[in-house]
Design a protein around this ligand. Structure first.
Ligand SMILES: *Cc1c(COP(=O)(O)O)cnc(C)c1O
Length: 390
């Protein structure tokens, strides 16, 4: 009896030590937790939508579109299959044609440039500024007689200085198409990303600040004529009477995804608040390290309201730092695998952008999402300080 007891005691103690010694892991993004953290509510949504047989272009989509337009302060919002499709449709509707040049920041996802390409246009990459967003001064230098539009990318949850970009567009008679995939709820001078240009697109990819359970996107505009064209383009070129008025795509947002997005949008203010809190914590713990260049802190500039889709830092000895973090269980990533669009040789963009190239060689993304705790952030920052011997 005694022997049994003591062996049992030993076993429990072993387990305890194991638990204590278990290495802490902070994933970059926890995809399964997106569902499991709110499973009950989501299952109710599935049952409700699926029992109604409401699969394509039903009320949940209409409701989400109305709520999204209201949230952004725009007249029209339409669900599409994903943001890349949204951008392609935007280019087509704006009238980008073969031979037309569209200026975009090379520090973006390849999809921004692909949308120009698939409309038949020529993507013209330009440099970014210290906040990693399109540098307005670089736009003017890239304008030629063929330039038709500017494609600002509201990157990492921050909106470009749209006054300066609008001024350039007005001066040269250019259209503005915003890639707002990373910036739902981000603002410049109290106006939402997506509400500045002629037309804008958003992404609801699962890891985006407002995500669904698969692919999803939206196009927004304040122009009624453009709105009518979008509606037809996403649905085989058909008008409300079923008449095919031109070539179109099948690029609709599933009604089920729209229902999920509607639910997530109802909690979105909390999501933004939490992301901004985390960014503030990172800034508090790290802003005195000269080895790092951090994103602008929340409220550090009165014109900008950032939602921190990403927390993209530049770091001395980046690869060693990432290895040190990895050993400590902190998973970081290089945005787009570490290359700006013009650096993908097979795309033959044939440009040299030294500022962007230098920035790409130094930058990486720290985890930022609603699943990490204050203590996780402190732990990550402790490990970074430890690496630099601070
Ligand atoms: C995610 C993203 C896209 C593409 O969005 P999808 O919905 O996946 O097509 C486009 N541009 C930027 C900047 C993005 O981050």
């Amino acid at each position: 009896m005694n022997i049994l007891n003591s062996s049992l005691k030993l076993k429990t103690e072993n387990v305890r030590t194991l638990v204590i010694k278990k290495r802490r892991v902070i994933p970059f993004f926890n995809y399964s937790e997106v569902f499991s953290s709110t499973e009950g509510e989501f299952v109710e949504i599935f049952q409700d939508v699926l029992r109604r047989g409401a699969f394509i272009q039903q009320n949940d989509l209409l409701e989400f579109e109305q709520n999204l337009a209201k949230f952004l302060g725009v007249k029209f919002a339409f669900g599409v299959a994903n943001c890349t499709d949204g951008m392609i449709i935007a280019m087509k509707v704006i009238g980008i044609k073969p031979g037309d040049e569209v200026i975009f920041p090379s520090h973006t996802f390849v999809a921004s440039a692909a949308s120009i390409h698939f409309a038949g246009g020529t993507p013209v990459p330009v440099e970014c500024g210290p906040d990693h967003l399109m540098d307005p001064a670089a736009i003017e230098k890239a304008i030629t007689s063929k330039t038709k539009a500017i494609l600002p990318v509201q990157l990492n949850g921050r909106t470009c200085n749209m006054d300066e970009i609008q001024k350039i567009a007005d001066k040269h008679g250019l259209r503005i198409i915003e890639d707002s995939a990373q910036a739902l709820g981000s603002k410049f001078k109290n106006r939402s990303a997506g509400s500045f240009g002629d037309i804008a697109a958003f992404s609801f990819y699962p890891a985006k600040t407002l995500g669904c359970f698969g692919d999803g996107g939206a196009i927004v505009t304040n122009d009624e004529k453009i709105a009518k064209e979008i509606l037809k383009f996403r649905d085989h070129g058909r008008d409300e009477f079923g008449e095919v008025t031109g070539w179109g795509l099948n690029s609709r947002l599933d009604n089920l995804q729209a229902a999920i997005l509607n639910f997530n949008l109802s909690n979105y203010e909390k999501t933004i608040t939490r992301r901004r809190e985390i960014a503030k914590l990172y800034d508090n713990y790290l802003n005195n390290l000269s080895e790092l260049h951090l994103p602008p802190a929340p409220d550090s500039h009165p014109d900008h309201f950032d939602i921190y889709q990403n927390y993209e830092v530049e770091a001395d000895r980046r690869e060693e730092l990432r290895e040190h973090l990895d050993q400590a269980g902190v998973k970081s990533i290089l945005q787009w695998g570490g290359k700006a669009v013009h650096q993908f040789e097979n795309l033959n963009l044939d440009h040299q952008l030294p500022i962007t190239e230098k920035m790409m060689a130094r930058s990486f993304l720290l985890p930022i999402n609603t699943m990490i705790s204050d203590d996780d952030v402190k732990y990550i920052c402790d490990k970074i300080r430890e690496f630099y011997g601070k």
